[in-house]
Design a protein around this ligand. Structure first.
Ligand code: F6P
Length: 325
């Protein structure tokens, strides 16, 4: 007698890792099993989809991972998946394993891959997960809160020594081409200046005159938080030394921001998004991305989501500068 195949889905993480990825994987696996689906974990992102690095996940496969940074499925950027040949190989592999849908956890690049895969006949649902918070369709991306808190703690540490030495420290935070991480880190640690790629700065107006006025009010240390997308930090440091005589240090926080145990916010959003992604696939909806809008969970067509633009929070930027005097 013919028995109906159990609905089967897969989950992968791709692109840069972010704290909360594990919590999202856990939610996807558990939600799928709760719906009596078969669920495969795919190792090393789209590479694993091409090479068939699949493992069937059980309830206990995802125990004790919620609190861990990184991703138990490993991650990678996969140039082969940008070629038609790579996509064809992945589709074949999905057919071989009887996969009806894939949950893809990551950033913009991950979503573009998910769009290609959906168009090739394997429905995908994306979960926004990057410390950069640069996914246009969603107010929030998993990993962002943890990264902001890590960066804030690091800059707090830097403040201790900057203050003791009456120095200036320029701290570079991640964010790729976006300034969200820098803006919120800068506000939360009381930086004197925040530099973001979305807003052009003028050295004399935004940095030099601020140092001069700060000195005039009796403060002799100065913290600048700059997004990596701004660039040219050594040049800024040199200009400060030349024009003010201050001692300047630069600190690149780097990958320390990508690791660590996720915050409550990241764990909760990851769980909610993982659950919703599986729900969408079980309703037969693919080529979607889950997102947060006005604090609520929504979902969008993947292509529409990729075409959206995220307006920068200029008002918050103004506030940051208004209070850092
Ligand atoms: O997208 C996350 C991110 O950490 C960016 O902030 C940063 O520009 C980039 O990834 C670093 O990538 P990699 O881990 O490949 O050095």
């Amino acid at each position: 007698m013919f028995t109906k195949k159990k609905p089967t889905i897969a989950v992968l993480t791709s692109g840069g890792d972010a704290p909360g990825m594990n919590a999202a994987i856990r939610a996807v696996v558990r939600s799928a099993i709760a719906r009596e689906m078969k669920i495969f974990g795919v190792y090393h992102g789209y590479n694993g989809l091409i090479d068939g690095k699949f493992e069937e996940m059980q309830l206990r496969s995802v125990s004790d991972i919620m609190q861990k940074g990184g991703t138990m499925l490993y991650t990678a950027r996969c140039p082969e998946f940008c070629t038609q040949e790579g996509i064809d190989k992945a589709v074949k592999m999905c057919y071989r394993y009887g996969i009806d849908g894939v949950v893809t956890i990551g950033g913009d690049g991950t979503f573009r891959g998910a769009g290609e895969l959906s168009a090739a006949g394997v429905p995908c649902v994306g979960i926004p997960c990057t410390i950069d918070n640069d996914i246009a369709c969603s107010e929030y991306t998993i990993g962002y809160d943890t990264a902001m808190n890590t960066a804030m703690r690091m800059v707090d540490n830097i403040r201790d020594t900057v203050q003791s030495h009456d120095r200036c420290n320029i701290v570079e935070v991640m964010g790729r081409h976006a300034g969200w991480l820098a803006l919120n880190t800068g506000i939360s640690c009381g930086a004197s200046v925040v530099l973001v790629p979305e807003i052009e700065y003028d050295f004399d107006r935004d940095i030099h005159s601020k140092i001069t006025s700060t000195f005039g009010t009796g403060k002799h240390h100065f913290i600048i938080v700059a997004a990596e997308g701004v660039g040219g930090l050594d040049e800024i440091a040199k200009q400060i030394i030349d024009k003010t005589g201050m001692e300047v240090r630069t600190t690149v926080l780097g990958h320390i921001q990508r690791g660590g145990s996720p915050t409550v916010q990241d764990r909760v959003y990851a769980t909610e998004m993982g659950y919703r992604a599986v729900e969408l696939l079980s309703e037969g909806k693919g080529n979607r991305v889950v997102a947060i809008k006005d604090g609520k969970m929504v979902d969008y067509d993947l292509n529409e989501a990729l075409a959206m633009k995220k307006p920068f929070d200029y008002e918050l930027f103004e506030i940051a500068h208004a209070v850092s005097i």
